[in-house]
Write a protein that binds this ligand. Structure first.
Ligand SMILES: *Cc1c(COP(=O)(O)O)cnc(C)c1O
Ligand SMILES: [Zn+2]
Length: 462
C-alpha cells in the first residue's frame, strides 16, 4: 500500500494519479504535478530532532543517505525500493569572513555545500528520488536534458547502480568540461544537439513520450521530493532553528520549488513554527523569473497565475529569438520549467527575486572560494544576491542567512583559471563576451626563472 499520490497543481483540476504512473504533467489539464501524501497514515516523528538518531546507524544505506534519513517526509517508496549511493552528506558551514564582507554580524552567514554530493552538485538529492521512482515503475532506460550537472548526476546513478541505461542530451553551448567529462566517464550515452538547454529539453520530452524512456528532468515531481531534504539538513545544521533567509540561484527553479514545498509541509505538520524568507537570484542574462516577478507583477494567485503574461513573454522570446546567456551556465535557462511551483514557493516564503550581473557572480564565486570550500559560478549568485540585498537594506546585519552552494568548485575549472590568470585567450573565450571587464579577486600564478634569487625576489623576501 502506498502513502503517496501524484496530484495536479491547478486548483480547478487537482486530479490525482497513482505513484506507479509515469507522468511529467497532468494528463487532464497539462499543469505541473506534485507528489502529495496521506500524512495521517505516515508515522512522521514528533520532532525534527528525532531524525538525528539515524546518524548512529550509518551501516544502513537508507539511514546513511542525507536524503532518505528523512524518508517519512518523502514516503513514496518502501525502504527496499530506494536507490541510494550515499548522497546528501553535505555540510552547513558558518562563514564569518564572508559575513564581514557582507557587513553582517559574526555567526549570521552560513553556506550549505551541496557540491559535496557524489557527483558534485545538489542534483543528486533529486536524482536518488527519481532513480527510486524509475526502479519502482520498472524503467530500464533513463534520460535527461542538461546544462551539465543533471547529466552528471543521472549518469552516476545509472553507472553505479547498473539499474538503467542512460542517455543525456546537452546543448552545444557552454557546458563546463568538469560536468561533461563526468557523463562520459560514468558511461552515459551523450547526445550533443545543435541548440541550447531549452531546445534539448523540448527534444528529450518528445522522445520520452514516444519511447519507453524515463525522464529525469525537474518536471519529474519525484526529483523535487528529494531536493526538499536540502532544507532539512540546513535546519539540522542550525540545531533545528529556522533561519531568516534562504538564498538560492534560480535556473529551472526546481530547488526553489522544492524548498517552498518542504517548508509548507513542515509547517503544516507542526515541525516548524515559522517559514524562512526565500531569495531567488537570477543571472542578468537569464532573468525570466526576475522579469515576471519584479517587472510584470506575476504572482501565484492561489494557483491561478496570469497565463497571458507568461504566454506573451515566451512568445516575444521566440519571436525575437531571445536566448539566455550567462557565464553561470547552470542557470542559463530561457523558460524555467518549474516557474509556477516557484511562484507558490515565493508566496509561501514571503520571497523576493533579484538579478545579478556575471561580473558580480564570478567575483563572488572567487570570494567564496577564498574563504571556504568553493563552488561553481551559478552558486556565486547567492552571495552576490546577499551583497545586493544588504545594500538595499532588505537583509539586515543580524539576519541569519543561508546560501545554497549548488555545485562544486571543480566543475568549471576553465572559468576559474580564466579569472585568476587573466589569460587573454581564456578571457576572450570565457569572460569578455558577457561584459565582464575586471578580475578584482584574481590570484594569478607568478612565473619566475628557476633560480633562488628570482624566487626570493618574487616572494618579496629580499
Ligand atoms: C541545476 C543547477 C542550478 C539551478 O537549479 P534549479 O533548480 O534548476 O533552479 C544552480 N546551480 C547549479 C550548480 C546547478 O547544477
Ligand atoms: Zn490538472
Amino acid at each position: 500500500m502506498s502513502f503517496a499520490f501524484q496530484q495536479c497543481l491547478h486548483p480547478d483540476c487537482r486530479s490525482t494519479f497513482d505513484v506507479g504512473q509515469i507522468l511529467t504533467s497532468c494528463p487532464t489539464c497539462g499543469s505541473l504535478l506534485d507528489v502529495n501524501y496521506d500524512w495521517n497514515a505516515i508515522p512522521v516523528p514528533a520532532r525534527l530532532a528525532d531524525f538525528e538518531k539515524r546518524w548512529s546507524n550509518r551501516l544502513n544505506p537508507v539511514d546513511y543517505s542525507g536524503v532518505w534519513r528523512f524518508r517519512e517526509l518523502l514516503r513514496f517508496a518502501t525502504d527496499e525500493q530506494i536507490v541510494t549511493i550515499g548522497e546528501g552528506q553535505t555540510i552547513l558551514q558558518r562563514n564569518d569572513l564572508l559575513a564581514r564582507q557582507c557587513r553582517m554580524q559574526p555567526g549570521t552567514l552560513f553556506l550549505q555545500y551541496e557540491g559535496q554530493n557524489p557527483s558534485g552538485s545538489f542534483k543528486d538529492n533529486g536524482m536518488t528520488a527519481a532513480s527510486t521512482h524509475a526502479r519502482m515503475v520498472g524503467a530500464t532506460m533513463t534520460a535527461c536534458a542538461s546544462t551539465g550537472n543533471t547529466s552528471a548526476s543521472l549518469a552516476i546513478y545509472a553507472g553505479v547502480t547498473g539499474l538503467f541505461r542512460c542517455i543525456v542530451f546537452i546543448g552545444s553551448g557552454k557546458i563546463a568540461f568538469g560536468k561533461l567529462s563526468q557523463a562520459l566517464d560514468y558511461g552515459a550515452k551523450t547526445i550533443q544537439i545543435r541548440g541550447d538547454f531549452d531546445d534539448a529539453l523540448a527534444r528529450v520530452r518528445q522522445l520520452c513520450e514516444k519511447h519507453p524512456i524515463y525522464l529525469c528532468n525537474s518536471v519529474n515531481p519525484f526529483r523535487l521530493e528529494g531536493q526538499k531534504t536540502i532544507m532539512y539538513r540546513v535546519l539540522e545544521g542550525l540545531g533545528w532553528q529556522v533561519p531568516d533567509w534562504i538564498v538560492v540561484p534560480g535556473g529551472n527553479l526546481g530547488n526553489s520549488s522544492a524548498f517552498g514545498k518542504a517548508f509548507l509541509e513542515l509547517k503544516m505538520l507542526g515541525l516548524i513554527d515559522r517559514i524562512p524568507r526565500l531569495a531567488i537570484i537570477n543571472a542578468q542574462g537569464a532573468a525570466t523569473l526576475d522579469d515576471f516577478w519584479n517587472e510584470q507583477g506575476l504572482r501565484w494567485n492561489e494557483g491561478r497565475p496570469d497565463h497571458d503574461v507568461m504566454t506573451a513573454r515566451f512568445h516575444r522570446m521566440d519571436q525575437q529569438n531571445e536566448r539566455a546567456s550567462t557565464l553561470a551556465s547552470a542557470i542559463e535557462i530561457n523558460r524555467p520549467v518549474n516557474l509556477v511551483k516557484a511562484l507558490r514557493a515565493l508566496q509561501a516564503c514571503d520571497g523576493i527575486v533579484r538579478r545579478v550581473t556575471d561580473q558580480e557572480i564570478i567575483d563572488c564565486r572567487a570570494r567564496i572560494a577564498a574563504t571556504g570550500f568553493g563552488c561553481e559560478p551559478a552558486s556565486g549568485a547567492t552571495v552576490a544576491g546577499v551583497l545586493r540585498l544588504r545594500e538595499e537594506g532588505v537583509i539586515s546585519a543580524s539576519d541569519r542567512v543561508v546560501c545554497i552552494l549548488t555545485g562544486h568548485q571543480l566543475k568549471d575549472p576553465d572559468l576559474t583559471m580564466a579569472y585568476h590568470s587573466g589569460d587573454a585567450v581564456l578571457m576572450g573565450k570565457k569572460l569578455t563576451p558577457a561584459g565582464v571587464t575586471q578580475t578584482p579577486f584574481a590570484n594569478p600564478p607568478i612565473v619566475v626563472d628557476n633560480s633562488e634569487a628570482a624566487i626570493v625576489s618574487a616572494l618579496g623576501l629580499n
